[in-house]
Design a protein around this ligand. Structure first.
Ligand SMILES: NC(=O)c1ccc[n+]([C@@H]2O[C@H](COP(=O)([O-])OP(=O)(O)OC[C@H]3O[C@@H](n4cnc5c(N)ncnc54)[C@H](O)[C@@H]3O)[C@@H](O)[C@H]2O)c1
Length: 254
């Protein structure tokens, strides 16, 4: 039965994998399941990325997902170095906690570029590689806010993450005939990561988030995403595609 979840012989690319974030935990989980793992993040995060790579082996790549050429070079390099790309985890992200009236068009565009266009560029670049192989697992990362909003004004973030959900369905549609699945992980609040660490200054908000879950606790970045990720990344998820998998302690079920 464990063979179903094994990634022995598979190559996974995790983007947004610098130490301290969900991508780093994802990279470690995929490596522990047997995958060769290529990790990627901004050049500015080189030290943190190297820290992830030291634990996972595989290869290290600098990428800016907002730049088409950079994404193309990343996918070419990983495919060349490892011979194939079986799994993509698009875990990069940008957050902007700001009211709509105080958000400039440039700030809106930046969040959209990193979250939505970046995911689109990554999916678009790996799809031909996976289609050629006749096998692929695309895991895009949205949020529990994929189809709702939360108490903090974050219009650019919410819009970008909703876009990722429907982008994923569309990629699933195009990849299906070629043996490629595409699904979304939709986490609630996982704490702490680099993105959620500022919540330490807002204990009332943290408590609100905790109470919003049915399980009465925040997500643990080290453990709570591992099983759902391996399901979507392995043969266990062979007949799962176009889905938004909420990993939210019951948040979205109220
Ligand atoms: N932590 C949570 O509670 C939570 C909840 C729901 C969804 N998410 C999503 O999970 C993903 C990871 O979030 P996290 O909490 O680990 O935050 P994080 O800030 O630690 O991770 C985001 C990563 O993306 C990288 N990145 C940013 N811009 C990039 C670019 N242009 N090119 C390449 N890499 C870039 C960052 O350097 C960073 O390593 C994000 O998509 C986030 O929206 C997180």
């Amino acid at each position: 039965m464990t063979a179903l979840f094994s990634l022995e012989g598979r190559t996974a690319l995790v983007v947004g994998a610098a130490e301290g974030g969900l991508g780093a935990y994802a990279a470690r989980a995929l490596a522990a399941a047997g995958a060769t793992v290529a990790v990627a993040d901004l050049e500015a995060r080189a030290d943190d990325l190297a820290a992830t790579a030291r634990e996972c082996g595989g290869s290290t790549h600098h990428v800016d997902v907002t730049d088409e050429a950079s994404v193309g070079a990343l996918v070419d390099a990983v495919a060349r170095e490892h011979g194939r790309i079986d799994v993509l985890v698009a875990c990069q992200g940008a957050m902007l906690r700001r009211e709509i009236g105080l958000t400039s068009p440039a700030e809106w565009q930046r969040v959209l570029d990193v979250n939505l266009t970046g995911t689109w560029l990554l999916d678009r670049a790996v799809l031909p590689v996976m289609s050629e192989q006749g096998y692929g697992r695309i895991v895009n990362v949205s949020t529990v806010y994929a189809e709702r909003v939360g108490p903090i004004p974050e219009s650019a973030y919410y819009a970008s993450k909703a876009g990722i959900a429907n982008l994923t369905r569309s990629v699933a549609q195009e990849g299906g005939p070629h043996g490629v699945t595409a699904n979304c992980l939709a986490p609630a609040v996982f704490y702490p990561t680099r993105m959620t660490a500022p919540l330490a200054d807002d204990p009332d908000r943290l408590e609100w988030f905790r109470a919003r879950t049915m399980l009465g606790r925040l997500g643990d970045p080290a453990t709570d995403l591992t099983g759902p990720l391996l399901l979507l990344a392995s043969d266990a998820g062979a007949y799962l595609t176009g889905q938004i998998l909420y990993v939210d302690g019951g948040w979205s079920a109220w």
